[in-house]
Design a protein around this ligand. Structure first.
Ligand code: OGA
Ligand code: MN
Length: 287
């Protein structure tokens, strides 16, 4: 079977047609999906009414799956699935403003995920798009001076800052002792050499990056603010307007994403996410 992939949006999203993800896939098809994923960074599949088991099985074609530091968001029946729902479904508490800021998933861990696969089960008729940013394009569009500044830089990431902002806003319970112990600073290159494509991507995000190593606080904040603003210029952004049973899979090493508002009083929005473990990053000098 030859996969049909059509580029949608600007530059980095492919819509894949003619495939039923509920069925086991042969090795050749999985290889074609991987290739399309490296080529596009984001793949969209429409009309895939997957059960939890099928979602997990499809995801496992790309690697081992991982959970989340906030165990309350994982499905008791399938802890590989994280539930983002304003109604609370499957025994998981309602989640307000999940991912409603620019981020890549779980970059506050030493080895961030390779990617995530999100299934829209119930989506509002309007609003609630997910925005995605192309971090290859963002890197490539930097001026030479900024590239020189960031090429070998290292950033510190930590979940604590983000979580406490949410907790102080009453949107998250107080952290547990175990979580506080888990949330330590980790370091990642500011510019990644993508292990599969070999291309360079900017790898800092407003969600979880706290500083640039070796810079003073003001200088670090100013540089990060400039990089964030640059990364989400309309040229680099795709807005995904969800239909029920869309599957969107993103490469977490070369994209960022952000949830957007919708009328949560009137509408349900329930999404299931699986998260694929990554591999350790190489720093530029070693690449
Ligand atoms: C996620 C996430 C955004 C959304 O699933 O990791 O950030 O729009 N989701 O639901
Ligand atoms: Mn996310």
């Amino acid at each position: 079977m030859t996969l049909s992939v059509t580029r949608i949006g600007k530059t980095f999203v492919g819509e894949v047609a003619g495939i039923d993800l509920s069925k086991p896939l042969d090795a050749d098809t999985v290889q074609q999906i991987k290739q399309a994923w490296w080529d596009h960074s984001i793949l969209v599949f429409r009309d895939q009414d997957l059960t939890q088991e099928q979602h997990v099985a499809f995801s496992q074609n790309f690697g081992e799956l991982q959970g989340h530091t906030v165990k309350d968001w994982l499905l008791p029946t399938h802890p590989e699935i994280l539930v983002l729902s304003n109604r609370g479904r499957g025994g998981v508490k309602p989640l307000e403003n999940g991912g409603a800021y620019w981020h890549s998933d779980i970059t506050y861990e030493a080895v961030p995920p390779m990617g995530s696969i999100l299934h829209g089960l119930t989506v509002p008729p309007e609003g609630g798009d997910t925005l995605y940013a192309d971090m290859y394009a963002a890197y490539e569009a930097l001026d030479d001076q900024t590239k020189a500044l960031v090429d070998d830089a290292v950033a510190i990431h930590n979940y604590k800052h983000r979580y406490m902002l949410m907790a102080e806003g009453g949107k998250r319970p107080d952290p547990t002792e175990q979580q506080l112990a888990e949330w330590v600073d980790v370091e990642h290159p500011v510019v990644l050499r993508h292990p599969d494509s070999g291309r360079k991507a900017l790898f800092v995000n407003e969600g979880f990056t706290v500083s640039i190593k070796g810079l003073g606080k003001d200088e670090s904040n100013a540089l990060l603010a400039r990089l964030y603003e640059h990364s989400v210029r309309p040229d680099f952004v795709y807005a995904h307007a969800w239909r029920p049973h869309d599957i969107v899979m993103w490469d977490n090493r070369c994209t960022m994403h952000s949830a957007t508002p919708y009328d949560a009083e009137s509408y349900e929005r329930t999404m299931h996410r699986t998260t694929i473990k990554g591999t350790p990053f190489q720093h530029q000098a070693a690449a």
